[in-house]
Design a protein around this ligand. Structure first.
Ligand code: HAM
Length: 417
């Protein structure tokens, strides 16, 4: 075959290597354990969904308008790689009859999402999320509960320096009136806003509030605040969520500019940051209530609330904070000195009855084999030479102390227990 250029991974995606996986496993197992402690059950939905379903989360949403991996094939349904999981979980809830009694579903999902975003630190084109969704529940207690799950999980993985930002963005009852007020405020300022915000003023005025461009910042402080314009129901809901969080001992900051990047939210919205962080790409997670999404998907109106957290960012922070020792690939390394693959494989099988075991089949010299044992970090080296092997004998070396003893193959498992 002709030599070609080596082929690397696609831009914006990455490999998660064995050395990193202990942290990922911890993040995921604590996520599942925390979710289960609150009565949430796991769901797995496909990575590909009909593009139409994803587009229902909001045509103005960046994840749909700019970042969607979309696959058109003549004569076939257009598909998309999911940029987030909520639309698919809601679809699955109805399609599989979870909306039948008892109607309330507490679900969690861990898996990859895809957004064709500009790659930068903490932002990938394939990333992983831990999602928690309550579908079928309108009580503010669910809003507080999902926040509590998020918070408890992050603490369980050692991230306890958190900032929780909270806001309410009203519902279809009160938000339109508020948006009119917001537009009235911003219209005279239009020439001073940056290009995207000039457009947003008419298409998606709420997003004016979370613009990060310096030239738009001075105008925010004078903008009307949505929490001052909520209808009675939304105001009562907002009040309850805060009281429930207070009672749970969860600290939060009200952020009147927090509106979130997805269009499906109603009432409560929130984001979690590492304390001290600024900027959108540092959010460890976010979520909120999305009472209108089921209807947007062509289903019966159904209240729901949830959150998702990016595991890439969470594991990155865990790595900075933790001293989790690397786990060796195996407890035991079998070291045959000379060519005896059959005998070495048999001894390895005996070890595996009680311990994870790997074999050095390579024809290197003994010191190099012992260096490998050190590098791998195994607890024991099982050293085999041809003279002993003929009599079914070997040497067991405890790596930490260097102590060695000769023994029969048949006693090995007992010794390694
Ligand atoms: P989101 O804010 O778009 O919300 O994403 C949630 C989290 O996913 C972010 O806070 C961040 O940690 C992580 N994330 C997002 N994009 C990337 C990326 N390109 N690279 C790395 N991490 C990323 C949602 O996805 C909603 N579905 C959350 C939700 C669930 N709302 C209700 N239920």
């Amino acid at each position: 075959m002709p030599r070609t250029e080596p082929i690397n991974a696609a831009r914006g995606v990455r490999d998660i290597l064995p050395g990193e996986l202990p942290l990922w496993r911890k993040a995921e197992s604590e996520a599942a354990a925390t979710a289960r402690r609150y009565g949430y059950e796991e769901i797995r939905t496909p990575i590909i969904e009909p593009a139409e379903l994803i587009e229902r989360i909001g045509a103005d949403t960046d994840a749909v308008a700019k970042e969607l991996y979309r696959f058109e094939r003549p004569g076939q349904q257009t598909l998309a790689l999911r940029p987030e999981a909520t639309a698919g979980v809601v679809r699955a809830y109805f399609e599989n009859g979870l909306n039948q009694a008892p109607k309330l579903a507490r679900l969690y999902l861990i898996g990859p999402m895809f957004r064709h975003d500009r790659p930068q630190k903490g932002r990938y084109r394939q990333f992983f999320q831990f999602n928690v969704e309550v579908i079928g529940g309108g009580s503010p207690a669910f809003d507080a509960e999902v926040i509590e799950v998020a918070e408890r999980w992050l603490r369980a993985v050692g991230i306890d320096d958190l900032r929780l930002e909270l806001n309410s963005i009203g519902d279809s009852n009160c938000r339109p009136r508020y948006l009119e007020k917001l537009k009235e405020y911003y219209r005279p300022l239009k020439p001073q806003l940056h290009g995207d915000c000039q457009l947003r003023l008419e298409t998606n005025p709420l997003r004016l509030l979370d613009c990060k461009v310096p030239q738009c910042q001075p105008f925010k402080a004078g903008a009307p605040r949505i929490t001052d314009h909520l209808c009675d129901e939304c105001a009562a809901h907002w009040d309850s969520v805060q009281k429930l969080l207070d009672a749970a001992g969860i600290e939060y900051q009200n952020n009147p500019y927090l509106v979130r990047g997805l269009d499906y939210y109603t009432r409560t919205v929130f984001e979690l940051f590492p304390a001290g962080a600024t900027g959108q790409q540092d959010a460890l997670g976010g979520g909120g209530r999305y009472d209108g999404l089921a209807e947007a998907e062509g289903r019966a109106p159904t209240p729901a609330v949830g959150f998702a957290s990016g595991l890439d960012r969470v594991t990155e922070l865990m790595r900075e904070k933790s001293s989790l020792a690397p786990t060796p690939a195996a407890d035991v390394l079998v070291i045959p000195i000379g060519e005896m693959p059959l005998e070495a494989a048999e001894v390895a099988r005996l070890c595996r009855a009680v311990r994870s075991t790997t074999v050095d089949y390579e024809p290197r010299n003994f010191p190099a084999k012992m260096r490998l044992a050190e590098t791998l970090g195994v607890k024991w080296a099982v050293i085999m030479n041809p003279a002993q092997a003929g009599r079914r004998l070997l040497r067991l070396r405890e790596m930490a102390t260097g102590s060695e003893s000769e023994m029969s193959w048949d006693d090995l498992a007992q010794k390694l227990k």
